[in-house]
Design a protein around this ligand. Structure first.
Ligand SMILES: Nc1ncnc2c1ncn2[C@@H]1O[C@H](COP(=O)(O)OP(=O)(O)O)[C@@H](O)[C@H]1O
Ligand SMILES: [Mg+2]
Length: 298
């Protein structure tokens, strides 16, 4: 499903003294098949943008009471027209899975099984049969790398931090959404936990979830994993580029309060010493280019 936003704006608490403009004329397309990154400093509008994608935040023209609302805002996710009040938002939520920041804080059921099953029942078109539900829950728990027999009967609170995060993700992927959106999926985990989450997301992307969108403040995560990334700043989109083209804008990114990947820092340090290396900013490619250069010299 292709995601297309045009002239998308959003103000929290509009018409109140606490009004906060979170999005300002955002135009952005994410193609089906992408592993897309969203970056930007705190308060730049990232979370507000992604909450539009499954209709958690509705644009005014989609609210029935304002049928005559005139606007040039376009928001489409595949065939879903999120500007229309006729859209089946429940079906949309089945197709667009949303994993919030620190999703493990939302685990609530008595067992891991019940928690994951809740995600399925919540979005199923009709009440699922017992076997169908069990199959879906088992497959989701296994997909996130947990041992079904070992964890399904445990309380989610008995799991480790990384396991809890994965159980929470299982509760979202249990409906096999075509688009999966995750707000800082690896935040707060140790390096191994982060790596496991990214591997898990790539596996899901490879096997059945066509489009993955991650919000991240970790530039290494973006350069290593994403097809393209959008840079948000004060509610607007400053760049939408593949990492190879984005991270040459080091000064501009720093001005926006953003970091750059370690690979880009290494290229910068080399440049200061008169060595020009051009790479796509993955560690693998940088090493390849450095070795090729050394061999050229020897
Ligand atoms: N629930 C809310 N009520 C009022 N203002 C909000 C709310 N959520 C976010 N904002 C404001 O909207 C702007 C964008 O926030 P957000 O989308 O959360 O940014 P990010 O995810 O990039 O940190 C910020 O100025 C923030 O203070
Ligand atoms: Mg946020």
């Amino acid at each position: 499903m292709r995601i297309q936003a045009e002239h998308l704006s959003y103000v929290y608490n509009e018409k109140s003294p606490f009004a906060a403009r979170a999005l300002n004329d955002v135009t952005l397309t994410v193609e089906e098949g992408e592993f897309f990154g969203i970056i930007g400093h705190t308060g730049s509008g990232k979370s507000t943008f992604i909450q539009h994608l499954n209709g958690l935040i509705r644009i005014p023209s989609s609210l029935k009471k304002r049928k005559k609302y005139k606007s040039d805002t376009v928001l489409r996710v595949g065939d879903f027209d999120l500007a229309s009040p006729k859209t089946d938002f429940r079906a949309l939520r089945r197709s667009v899975g949303m994993v919030f920041q620190y999703p493990e804080y939302q685990l609530f059921a008595e067992t891991v099984f019940d928690d994951v099953a809740f995600g399925y029942k919540n979005f199923a078109a009709e009440k699922p049969r017992k076997e169908e539900l069990e199959d879906a829950v088992r497959s989701a728990i296994e997909m996130v790398g947990l041992d079904y027999a070992a964890v399904n009967d445990l309380s989610p609170f008995d799991l480790s931090g990384g396991q809890k995060r994965r159980a929470a993700i299982a509760g979202v992927i249990v409906t096999k959404p075509e688009v999966l959106v995750l707000d800082e999926p690896a935040a707060g985990l140790d390096p191994l936990g982060k790596q496991e989450i990214m591997q898990l997301l790539h596996r899901i992307h490879r096997e059945w979830c066509k489009t993955v969108i991650i919000v991240s403040h970790d530039m290494d995560e973006i350069s290593e994993n994403c097809t393209r990334a959008a840079v948000f700043s004060e509610g607007t989109v400053k760049y939408v580029l593949p990492p190879a083209e984005l991270f040459v804008h080091t000064d501009e990114l720093r001005e926006l309060g953003l970091d750059i990947p370690l690979t880009a820092k290494i290229c910068e340090a080399l440049r200061r010493r008169g060595i020009e290396i051009s790479c796509d900013f993955t560690a693998d490619d940088l090493v390849r280019k450095l070795l090729a250069r050394r061999e050229g010299i020897c």
